[in-house]
Design a protein around this ligand. Structure first.
Ligand SMILES: [Zn+2]
Ligand SMILES: [Zn+2]
Length: 276
């Protein structure tokens, strides 16, 4: 006989997987493939929905997209905002912590809400004029949109985060906040794993000579909605599909579903992959 307690534990776990996957897709389908690389077209409602899901854990869309465009333009050079050329942990969290020493990098990676604390510091510095929004210059397309400009106002992202914590606390108390913490712990490390693991020579393969260290790492694609095929992505940044040579790519499956249901159109693929 299934007890009420077992049932609610099962519900909490099932909800966690749905919530975390949906927020993860906000980053991979929304921030990355739609906003940064314009891999497909969609209407303002769907675009807004993916953006808000991404904003729940990835910070301002204009900041994230600006940083990522810098990464593509300067991959694995001194100007790359996040590269593991000076050490694996430097590429994972060291670029945010300000050191490549493994201990603080690992502690930050395990902090769960650490990225949200950093976003707060980042925004407070902006308020006192010590952090001019240079990232806006590489996102003139996004700056035309009211939602993007609004989400890039200092302290809007921390308010979105506090609202999540308050909701989790009201619904589930301490366990609810722990539930949310685990989601952020997973989502931040999944995103950073693309920067560290998928640019580290030990892992995966490099089917394309892209002139930097990006790698296709199939097992990373499992927990990053397909983003593990990072060398293929660097070769064809605009491609809506990253697993071009086969493999798990949940983001591509979601884009295909949106196209099939009329919610998206014109998913871009490299010419030689269009009939596949
Ligand atoms: Zn990369
Ligand atoms: Zn990219």
């Amino acid at each position: 006989m299934v007890t009420n307690r077992a049932m609610s534990t099962f519900t909490a776990i099932a909800l966690w997987f749905c919530f975390t996957t949906l927020l993860g897709l906000g980053n991979t389908v929304g921030y990355h493939r739609l906003l940064t690389h314009r891999a497909f077209q969609t209407g303002p409602v769907v675009r807004g929905m993916w953006t808000v899901l991404g904003a729940m854990h990835s910070g301002s869309p204009v900041f994230w997209v600006g940083l990522h465009r810098f990464h593509h333009a300067r991959s694995d050079t001194e100007e790359d905002p996040h590269s593991p050329v000076e050490g694996f942990w430097q590429g994972h969290t060291g670029w945010m912590v300000g050191t490549s020493h493994p201990l603080p990098c690992i502690l930050f990676a395990l902090s769960g809400f650490g990225q949200q604390a950093l976003i707060l510091v980042h925004d407070l510095k902006r308020l006192v004029g010590r952090n001019p929004p240079t990232w806006r210059k590489v996102c003139p397309d996004l700056m035309k949109e009211r939602l993007m400009r609004w989400l890039d106002i200092p302290l809007v992202m921390p308010v979105v985060f506090v609202a999540q914590v308050a909701t989790a606390a009201v619904l589930g108390g301490v366990a609810g906040v722990a539930w949310l913490w685990l989601a952020h712990l997973f989502l931040t490390n999944a995103s950073w794993a693309v920067n560290s693991i998928c640019h580290w020579p030990t892992f995966g393969t490099q089917p394309y000579d892209t002139g930097e260290g990006s790698r296709d790492v199939p097992w990373v694609a499992w927990f990053t909605n397909g983003e593990g095929y990072h060398n293929s992505h660097h070769r064809f940044p605009r491609s809506a599909k990253h697993a071009l040579h086969g493999g798990v790519d949940l983001s591509w499956n979601v884009i295909q579903l949106m196209v099939a249901t009329g919610l998206a159109k014109e998913p871009w693929l490299p010419r030689s992959f269009r009939s596949k």
